[in-house]
Design a protein around this ligand. Structure first.
Ligand code: ADP
Length: 398
């Protein structure tokens, strides 16, 4: 069974084609700059070779048709007929309260329900929905399945997801914490339990996803019970260009005193804050390089970044009571031994003891990095959101 996974952004389309049940990736790639004068295609083959070229891609339909022709035509074709692709799994950022599980998109009515949620994620959901619409046209016989970033967090209790603001904001507008990166947190938590041989229903963990966006989840007995992002992916940890937690009065100051309009505030908080606001750049590798060269802005930013993660570990230790594992994942979590060491330093009081040598090993495999007498296992587990979307799609279709 071949399953195509699509992640449609406002000007990009990422894809991966899986063969199940082997879970083999046949090809993957990315179409970028959709809607600009010249778009860019990068297509990675199973052989390790990569094809990239520029082409005019005025919309997502043309982008997906280009992907389909790469899959079907020429000497690198991996599919003989579009109907060989039995399912298309789509990443959809926001599922609101309505969608707490992967969902088969089989009617205009369900698409309409998805469109109704776009007000909660105006930067992401419209593009995700466009991806579904064009996939229905290009692969008309494939089952279309939506997998939501918010779904894993639909097990949050009400006293966690509600905000202490007037009730009607929740009752009439659905304003509450939803949480994001759910597919990644679910994947690494479940992989972590499997790796340690602990039954998922007894597995307590703190998963730490550190990419451009960063978030943490408290997983109790296999389920998400608290997470650092809220109504949108802005809250919680310090990220590449978003601030994480801060006193919301700052927004009033920006508006009332600095006379910024809401679009300017939006751009300041979503694109110019976080590590970028503190250092001028959002790539953590560059910032760590400057840190090593004693740049004070980089040093402050790294201290703030690590401190915030540690604060959430403290909070989630209380939420969970018992922690089996702390799991690091995504670009920073998987690759930066320095950040992992900073996060785990001097936490013996919580039973957390990092092994510096194991931590320093550079590897792409899931691994343990704690000392033998650490009460809490410390794991690095590479995330794989596309594979998890494929797994969920297969599970749903039976
Ligand atoms: P995205 O959220 O876009 O999927 P990734 O998970 O790829 O992001 O993470 C991107 C982040 O990971 C960047 O800040 C990048 O600097 C950081 N990163 C990647 N490799 C390393 C490394 N070896 N050391 C430190 N940071 C790294």
């Amino acid at each position: 069974m071949k399953i195509l996974i699509l992640n449609a952004g406002s000007s990009s389309l990422k894809y991966q084609l899986f063969e199940f049940p082997d879970k083999k990736v046949l090809v993957s790639g990315l179409v970028e700059k959709i809607g600009e004068t010249m778009g860019r295609v990068k297509h990675d083959l199973l052989t390790g070779q990569s094809i990239s070229y520029e082409i005019e891609v005025s919309n997502h339909q043309i982008a997906l048709e280009e992907v389909a022709s790469l899959l079907l035509k020429g000497k690198n074709a991996v599919v003989h007929d579009t109907d060989e692709i039995q399912a298309v799994g789509h990443r959809v950022v926001h599922g609101g309260e309505k969608f707490s599980a992967p969902t088969l998109i089989h009617s205009e009515e369900i698409l309409g329900e998805l469109r109704d949620l776009s007000y909660l994620a105006p930067l992401h959901n419209p593009a995700n929905i466009t991806g579904i619409e064009v996939a229905m046209r290009v692969f008309p016989n494939a089952k279309q399945v939506a997998v939501f970033d918010t779904a894993f967090h639909q097990t949050l209790p009400d006293y966690v997801y509600r905000y202490a603001v007037p009730n009607e904001l929740y009752n009439e507008h659905g304003l509450r914490a939803y949480g994001f990166h759910g597919t990644s947190h679910q994947y690494v938590a479940w992989e972590g339990a499997r790796f340690l041989g602990i039954d998922l229903v007894r597995f307590n963990a703190i998963s730490i996803h550190l990419g451009n966006g960063c978030s943490m989840t408290a997983v109790k007995e296999g389920k998400s019970v608290d997470t650092s992002m809220g109504l949108t992916p802005m809250g919680g940890l310090i990220m590449g260009s978003r601030p994480g937690d801060f006193d919301p009065s700052l927004i009033l100051f920006l508006g009332k005193t600095l006379k910024m309009d809401l679009n300017e505030v939006d751009s300041l908080l979503n694109k110019k804050s976080g590590l970028k606001g503190l250092t001028g750049e959002n790539d953590l590798r560059e910032i760590l390089h400057r840190y090593d060269n004693h740049d004070p802005l980089a040093q402050l930013a790294i201290h703030m970044y690590i401190y915030r993660i540690r604060k959430y570990i403290g909070a989630y230790a209380v939420v969970l009571g018992r922690i089996d594992a702390i799991i690091f994942t995504a670009g920073v979590g998987e690759n930066s031994a320095f950040i992992r060491e900073g996060v785990c330093a001097d936490l013996d009081i919580l039973g957390i003891k990092l092994d510096r040598q194991l931590n320093a090993v550079d590897s792409k495999a899931a691994r343990e990095i704690q000392q033998a007498d650490s009460l809490v296992k410390l794991l690095v587990i590479p995330t794989n959101e596309e594979l998890e979307i494929a797994n969920e799609t297969v599970k749903l279709l039976g």
